[in-house]
Design a protein around this ligand. Structure first.
Ligand SMILES: NC(=O)C1=CN([C@@H]2O[C@H](COP(=O)(O)OP(=O)(O)OC[C@H]3O[C@@H](n4cnc5c(N)ncnc54)[C@H](OP(=O)(O)O)[C@@H]3O)[C@@H](O)[C@H]2O)C=CC1
Ligand SMILES: CC(=O)N[C@@H](CCC(=O)OP(=O)(O)O)C(=O)O
Length: 350
């Protein structure tokens, strides 16, 4: 009989860590054996989050790589960027396979230092990292020891655009991406720009032209660009007064005269083995509530023959396909399980 995977969740009191806890509770092949918190070590997770009482009983512990290695095969690291850089080397050295939800291992060191304004991980660690977008890099993910789980905005944006860029159907230099997120994307820590009074009954752009996800998106689009030329994008993020959800709207100039149906056929082929990408038929578009609390990415598109541009709408739940769910999808691939294991729940529509 197959043994359950033993899993450590680091940063379990944060929004994405808590979502990993929720999703793994229903995972048939995973046992959570270590649950960490820095500020609340020693407390019961169900005392910190009373909605877990009677369902889960985990005692929070400080993150000690040697101790984690004794009790876990895999660590899902849901810590702030900069913090994960310090913990990951010890985990890898101790033989634990790591999925890092933070941005620390997604970019080359100089690019990370420039956009995150933090000390990058050591080159010897970075060279082990595989970018964990299963719909594009599945074969590289399966054998990796360190997965850089993609950012939430890059997940929705890349899944919306990969079939177009990879097949040379758009001019990638014409790409404009308008992205909107619920406030849980900013994490649990208080900040002046994200507390209730600032976001309720309000809608605002932020980090205009300087969002840290710009180089992450450009790097992957460049990787699939058939011309090999570097892709640059115009990308603007907005904060929406809701808790979960990301909706991206991407616009690009077409390289030929294609219909909506032509492009949808390309997407259907591109995502034929991607169980979490759901395509809308012509004339239909996704909304965030179609994917809430699920690992789906829903996509709809339309060609405008007047401008010869295409508009692509992508929706994910930032905490699930944008973080915890995608991390578990990657965990499944590392463990040789079907990628959907434990993840095919019905979205919460209301
Ligand atoms: N929120 C989202 O939608 C997404 C987030 N991410 C990334 O995932 C990571 C986690 O995000 P999220 O869950 O939102 O963040 P949160 O701020 O909600 O949680 C982070 C957790 O990390 C712990 N922590 C904070 N500071 C330290 C520290 N100095 N040392 C050790 N532990 C610390 C805290 O737990 P405690 O105080 O108990 O120690 C906290 O609960 C981040 O890197 C984020 O950028 C990626 C994709 C989407
Ligand atoms: C709404 C909101 O504030 N979202 C965050 C997403 C941060 C994130 O996911 O951070 P990584 O860089 O680790 O991917 C932001 O825009 O910065």
């Amino acid at each position: 009989m197959r043994e359950e995977m033993q899993i450590a969740i680091l940063g379990a009191t944060g929004y994405t860590g808590l979502e990993v806890v929720r999703l793994l509770h229903k995972h048939p092949e995973a046992e959570v054996t270590y649950v960490s918190s820095d500020s609340q070590a020693g407390a019961e997770l169900a005392d910190v989050y009373p909605h877990l009482r009677g369902v889960l009983a985990y005692t929070l512990e400080g993150a000690d790589p040697a101790e984690i290695a004794k009790r876990a095969d895999y660590a899902l690291v849901a810590l702030p960027s900069g913090v994960s850089t310090n913990l990951v080397p010890g985990l890898l050295e101790a033989g634990v396979r790591v999925i890092d939800l933070a941005g620390d291992h997604r970019l080359p060191d100089d690019v990370y230092a420039k956009w995150y304004k933090k000390q990058p991980p050591a080159p010897t660690v970075l060279e082990r990292a595989v970018y964990g977008l299963p719909e594009l890099y599945k074969s590289q993910i399966t054998g990796a020891s360190l997965i850089a789980n993609p950012g939430c905005y890059p997940t929705a944006t890349l899944l919306s655009l990969l079939p177009l860029v990879k097949n040379g159907l758009i001019d990638p230099h014409s790409l404009v991406i308008d992205a909107k997120s619920g406030v849980s994307g900013a994490g649990k820590a208080l900040s002046a720009g994200t507390h209730f009074v600032e976001v309720n009954e309000n809608f605002k752009a932020y980090k205009v032209g300087e969002h840290q996800h710009i180089p992450e998106i450009e790097q992957v689009l460049t990787d699939v660009n058939p011309s090999g030329e570097a892709v640059t994008i115009s990308f603007t993020t907005h904060l929406v007064p809701m808790i979960r959800g990301i909706l991206t709207t991407s616009y690009a100039k077409l390289t030929g005269s294609y219909s909506t149906e032509d492009l949808l056929a390309v997407y259907r082929e591109f995502y034929r083995d991607a169980p979490f990408v759901r395509l809308h038929s012509a004339g239909n578009f996704p909304q965030t509530r179609d994917v809430t609390a699920s690992n789906f990415c829903d996509i709809g598109l339309r060609v405008d023959p007047r401008t010869n541009r295409v508009t692509v709408i992508g929706c994910i739940d930032n905490l699930v396909k944008g973080a915890a769910g995608q991390a578990i999808q990657n965990l499944n691939l590392l463990a040789g399980l079907p990628e959907t294991t434990g993840l095919l729940n019905v979205p919460v529509y209301l």
